[in-house]
Write a protein that binds this ligand. Structure first.
Ligand SMILES: [Zn+2]
Length: 522
């Protein structure tokens, strides 16, 4: 082993590793070569089933164990330490036994030069003659089985089911490493959770095939599924998944990305011998629950039935351009309404928020949003500012919540006029969607009914949101409510673990306008 050759990982794997007794070839899957070759500190692999996720990781692991030195400053090879972590012992055993062992044992050159009978090989540890070690561990509830090791690279697999708080503990095992590299992989579930939050902070790279017929680039999803094969979602003609390139779709500023992320789905493997279009794509598309199909075949998050909205539902309607904090010639001609949801002072869970809304025919445009945090959350500041915003926009009316806002509402009424604030109070057990309560001097709503109506209004495109870059920090509030059921599953309601104030400000502002316009009767 005196000769040293510089090779990329994909070159190494394609020349020296075997899969099912055949030399590995990525020739048919050009998108995979790039994934083999990246050497970022943090890599996120969001893969569907049937995309060779585990095989890819096993190959990369063996390539690194053979090629990389313990200390990159000293050079040479050997001694590189890696750890694989999945949530359960079964998943780890399957990876070790069915993926990693076959690469080591089944690749003649590796077996001949890097293994011998004196080395300990078991399901939880593989070692090579050059000192390279691969530990295989699992961590469902805590990181107890992971402490005490010293490694250079960690593979977190099935991240959608891994607890995020295990990772900092496991990362400690790399404190003395020159590398400290992490690979996070998994199959998506919801738009919230460990894998989702890793993915949305990554570059979110998509391998986009270019249509040979209409010239358009496709991000592969359910619209690319044709009766007899992959089609272009724009012109409907056949699409070759190999004729494409990786494109970053993450929207953060260049230096804000925590990691490089890749999404790979079964459609990217259209034409591969292990993907049967009728059985693996069409039949599943027609018979599986949509969330399963989206997650496991398309590698897309799917929230229906759990979270009423997805990020995609909102992004689709972010067509309003930049957010504006004062009127322009277009908005001056229109009637402006304001929605306010008050939060308690000094709360990290809930804030006072304000929305400026402009009706446009049957639709409502969100022009401006504001969240009052820190010193601005102080009532004295808040009242002055809401009055300022109201006057700046020459608004007609404020819709605001009654419970937390009773004092604030009467303060605003005293400054703006008694008829300028309409108050609302959500009720959990009211039959009518909306009704007047003279005693409260406020409208009461059926919380579940009116929230359901607004979720469906958002999906239908009733609201025009500002461009995503401006709207994203507020859009999170719309994704916060999730569906829950009472014990006997007869009654549905919404709960939220994160702030959802913007959503309620939207309900109050819009409902105030619709009441004034006589668009709602109760
Ligand atoms: Zn096309």
């Amino acid at each position: 082993m005196s000769k040293s050759v510089k090779a990329t990982r994909s070159q190494f794997c394609e020349s020296l590793l075997y899969l099912n007794s055949q030399p590995l070839s990525l020739a048919d899957y050009p998108h995979m070569r790039y994934i083999y070759d990246v050497t970022y500190k943090n890599v996120v692999l969001k893969f569907s089933r049937q995309t060779a996720k585990s095989t890819t990781m096993a190959n990369i692991m063996v390539a690194d164990a053979v090629m990389r030195p313990k200390d990159p400053n000293k050079g040479g090879t050997g001694g590189f330490q890696q750890m694989y972590i999945s949530p359960t012992v079964d998943q780890t055993k399957i990876f070790s036994h069915d993926r990693l062992s076959p690469v080591i044992e089944g690749s003649p050159w590796v077996k001949r030069n890097f293994t011998d009978s004196k080395l300990v090989q078991n399901v939880f540890m593989k070692q090579l003659k050059n000192g390279g070690k691969m530990y295989l561990r699992y961590a469902l509830l805590n990181a107890d089985r992971i402490r005490g090791f010293s490694v250079d690279k960690i593979y977190y697999d099935e991240c959608q089911d891994l607890r995020e708080d295990i990772m900092p503990v496991a990362d400690e095992t790399m404190s003395r490493s020159f590398y400290k590299e992490r690979v996070f992989s998994g199959t998506p579930k919801l738009t919230k959770g460990t894998l989702a939050s890793l993915w949305f902070r990554s570059t979110m790279n998509e391998f986009m095939p270019k249509c040979e017929h209409c010239g358009k680039w496709n991000i592969l999803d359910d619209k690319n599924i044709g009766k007899s094969g992959l089609i272009c979602k724009y012109c409907g003609k056949g699409l070759n998944p190999r004729n494409g390139q990786w494109v970053r779709t993450g929207k953060a500023a260049n230096d804000k990305y925590k990691s490089i992320g890749f999404r790979v789905c079964a459609l990217h493997f259209y034409g591969a011998p292990w993907v049967n279009w009728q059985n693996d794509i069409i039949l599943k598309y027609e018979t599986q629950p949509r969330n399963i199909f989206f997650n496991e075949t398309l590698a897309l998050e799917y929230d229906d039935g759990v979270s009423p909205l997805t990020e995609a539902d909102i992004k689709r309607h972010c067509t309003g351009g930049p957010m504006v904090d004062r009127p322009n010639s277009h908005t001056k001609m229109s009637h402006i309404y304001i929605g306010v949801d008050y939060g308690p002072i000094n709360s990290n869970d809930s804030y006072t928020v304000l929305l400026v809304l402009m009706p446009e025919g049957q639709r409502v445009r969100v022009l401006f949003a504001k969240r009052y945090v820190g010193k601005e959350a102080d009532f004295a500041y808040l009242h002055n500012d809401i009055v300022d915003v109201f006057r700046t926009w020459n608004a007609r009316l404020i819709g605001a919540d009654h419970g937390m806002g009773e004092a604030s509402n009467s303060e605003l009424r005293s400054r703006l006029g008694i008829d300028k604030v309409v108050a609302f109070q959500h009720q959990s057990n009211q039959k009518e969607e909306l009704k007047w309560n003279a005693k409260l001097n406020a409208y009461t709503t059926s919380r579940t009914q009116i929230m359901t109506k607004f979720f469906s209004d958002i999906k239908r495109g009733k609201f025009i949101f500002p461009q995503w870059e401006d709207w994203e920090p507020f859009a999170r509030d719309l994704l916060a409510p999730v569906v829950d059921y009472d014990k006997d599953k007869t009654k549905m309601f919404y709960v939220n673990q994160q702030p959802d104030d913007i959503f309620h400000a939207m309900i109050y502002g819009t409902t105030a306008y619709e009441l004034i316009k006589g668009m709602i009767t109760w």
